[in-house]
Structure formats: C-alpha cells, structure tokens
Design a protein around this ligand. Structure first.
Ligand code: ASP
Length: 373
C-alpha cells in the first residue's frame, strides 16, 4: 500500500489539475518537509483527512485534451492526484494511500471488504477526522452504500470520482476532489452517512445513482442531494433518514467475505435458464430487476417459487430508475415468501442483500432490513 503525506498549504493555481496531469503527471513527488513552527501550529488546527485511492477516471489519463471519453482509467497515483489539487491543503492535513488502481467495474466483493476494513481502521484512529475514497464512477454508488452499511463511525466518509480524466479540457476531478476533502473535513458532515461529491453537489451515498455515462452531471438521486459545496464551504439541506453507520446493525469488523448475490434483468421474453445459472454459480439470493413494480412474468413465477423452495432468496427490485417497489401489490410476496427491495436499485439491493445475508437468511428479517436501510 502506497502512502504519502502532503506538506504545508500551497498557493491557488487555476487548472493545475489538468496541467499537472497533461504534462505527463509531472507534479513533483511529495516529500515530507520540516514545518516551521507557525506551520506546525496551523496544521494542528486543521482536520486530518486520508484519501484512499482506488483508481477510476478521476485517476485516468487520455492522449489528448479533447479526449473526454477516450482514455485509460486508473493511471495516476494518489500522490499525483493530491499534488494536482494543492488547495486541499488549505482545508485539511491530507495524506493519501493507494489501496487499488482499478476501473470500478473491476471491483470484486473481496476488494469491497478490504476497502471497508481499511476505512473502518482509519476512522478508529484519533488522528483521522475523515476519509475520502477516490473511485471509478461505474460502481461508485455500490461502494458508497456498502460503506454506509458497514463502517461503524460518525466521521465523514466521502466517495468521489470524475466523469472526465484529468487530462481533458474541463476535467471535473479537481473540483470534485477538493469538494470531497471539504466535506470530509467539515463538522456538518459528521453523522450524515457516506456522501458523494460530484458536480458541486453533496449526494447521499445510499440514494445516489449514476444516470448517464457521459456528462459531469451524471449522479442523481430521486430524493434529491443532501446539499452542495461552494468555494470550500458545505451547505446541507436534508439528512438521510435510513439506518446507516452508527445506527447500522452491520459491522465490517465482523465481515470477512460476502455471499454471492445475482441480478437478473427483466424484459419481455425472458429465459428461465438465467436463474439456474445464478444458482449453479452459488448465488444465495437473486435480485430480480423486474419491469415496472419489479414484476415477474407469469411464465417465470413457478421458476422463482422453485428457487425460493430450494433456499435461495428472491428479491424483487425494478429496472425503473425511480419510484419504489410495492410489496404484495401486483404480486403476492407474502404467499411466495419473496422480499421487495423498496427504493433500492438492483445494484444497491444486491449490496444490501449480501451484507444482510452475513447475519440472517430469514425472509421476514431480510424484509425488515430492506425497509430500514
Ligand atoms: N469505467 C470507469 C470506472 O468506473 C468510469 C469512471 O470512473 O468514470 O472506473
């Protein structure tokens, strides 16, 4: 694991992120410096924030400044990311660790657990006030929700990515990262659950989804953002009402692996064999990303009842981005012993199912968990 610590505050420099990265990630490697006494006193007053880097587009690089979509993710190491946004040092004492260097679509459950344990470990330290996780945007919403469920800490945890690599014209990573450090260092963020800073917004890690694969305004929650970050100040307007972090019954310290949960995407003319393949692969639960209200086609009802009778859990989620799945509405969940995913999209339902299954496979308990988290 790579580790670095940034030094005293540096002057503001416009577009330094893109320039540092465009020039062959040419920012000088950071070295520990002797701090003058005044500097040491100032550092003592600032919160301590650790940036855990995992890769993604925020660490991506393209061949040309016009390449906003054609680039390689997970290239730039954490020390270069921090050096390219020296403004973070005016907000906090920042140090970085390279946990992984991957595109987020390549995240495995084992890596999720490893990351969760590291976040938890750091936040138990008195000299850490907040953690930022830099992450690819593809599965950022899953990691944010996972950390929300399993890290027992009130301290701010901020997951951040970017839609454009740092080498692109109008790269969004620098401001997103600065905003992430701002939130991680802020007292207002304590107890707010895992947040995501993208495009000036403070999004709720539980609720937020990536809605488009192109523009910086890609992240959206049907319940609205929690607030905004503007010029180094946080503005919170609402709070998460669901159980999370300190009020969660789950704890990463008690989780060493996650059970396999599959997702089957609903459409017209489905084939039952997909469900069999999930079970054969060892899935303990299947999230049915059904049409509309998480509907299961009539010709598949027996298949899903059969899956349930064999012990696997059936969870009805929906492929519809907004709204929430109603229990016992069009389909008799009580009768079939199915669980509904409430407002969680299939990917988030998969995370909650996997975490919940580490404790129980009782469907009543699982449904309670889906209502409460
Ligand atoms: N595929 C990239 C990733 O998730 C996309 C991004 O970061 O925006 O790592």
């Amino acid at each position: 694991m790579f580790s670095c610590r940034s030094g005293a505050a540096l002057p503001l420099r416009g577009a330094v992120f893109a320039l540092a990265l465009a020039s062959g990630f040419g920012a000088a490697p950071l070295v520990a410096r002797e701090m003058p006494e005044a500097g040491a006193a100032a550092a003592a007053k600032k919160p301590n924030v650790v940036i855990l880097a995992t890769g993604g587009t925020i660490a991506g690089a393209g061949a040309d400044a016009a390449n906003s979509a054609t680039y390689t993710a997970a290239k730039v190491p954490v020390d270069k990311l921090i050096a390219a946004v020296p403004q973070v040092n005016t907000i906090a004492n920042v140090r970085g660790e390279q946990v992984f260097q991957i595109a987020s679509e390549s995240f495995t459950d084992a890596q999720l657990v490893q990351l969760g344990k590291r976040v938890s470990q750091l936040l138990k330290q008195d000299d850490v006030d907040g953690v930022v996780v830099t992450h690819g945007t593809d599965t950022l919403e899953e990691t944010a929700f996972f950390l929300d469920l399993v890290v027992k800490s009130d301290k701010p945890i901020v997951v951040v990515g970017s839609m454009r690599p740092g080498t692109a014209i109008s790269a969004d990573g620098a401001l997103n990262l600065l905003d992430a450090v701002t939130v991680a260092a802020s007292k207002e963020a304590i107890g707010q659950g895992v947040t995501v800073t993208m495009n000036d917004y403070i999004q709720c890690g539980r609720d937020v989804n990536k809605r488009t694969n192109i523009v910086p305004s890609a992240f959206y929650s049907q319940w609205g953002p929690l607030g905004m970050v503007v010029e180094g100040k946080t503005y919170f307007f609402r709070s998460l009402t669901k159980r999370h972090n300190m009020s969660s019954e789950f704890d990463i310290d008690q989780i060493d692996s996650l059970p396999l949960v599959g997702i089957v995407y609903g459409s017209g003319n489905m084939i039952p064999g997909v469900y069999d393949a999930e079970l054969q692969a060892g899935a303990k639960a299947i999230v049915n990303a059904g049409t509309g209200n998480g509907s299961v086609p009539g010709y598949l009802v027996d298949k899903l009842k059969d899956i349930r009778s064999k012990g696997a859990i059936v969870i009805r989620s929906s492929r519809v981005p907004d709204g929430f799945v109603l229990r016992n509405a069009e389909q008799p969940d009580d009768k079939y012993d199915w669980v509904v995913a409430h407002d969680l999209n299939p990917a988030k339902a998969k995370i909650l199912a996997a975490v919940a299954l580490t404790k129980t496979s009782d469907t009543k308990e699982l449904q309670r968990i889906f209502w409460e988290y």
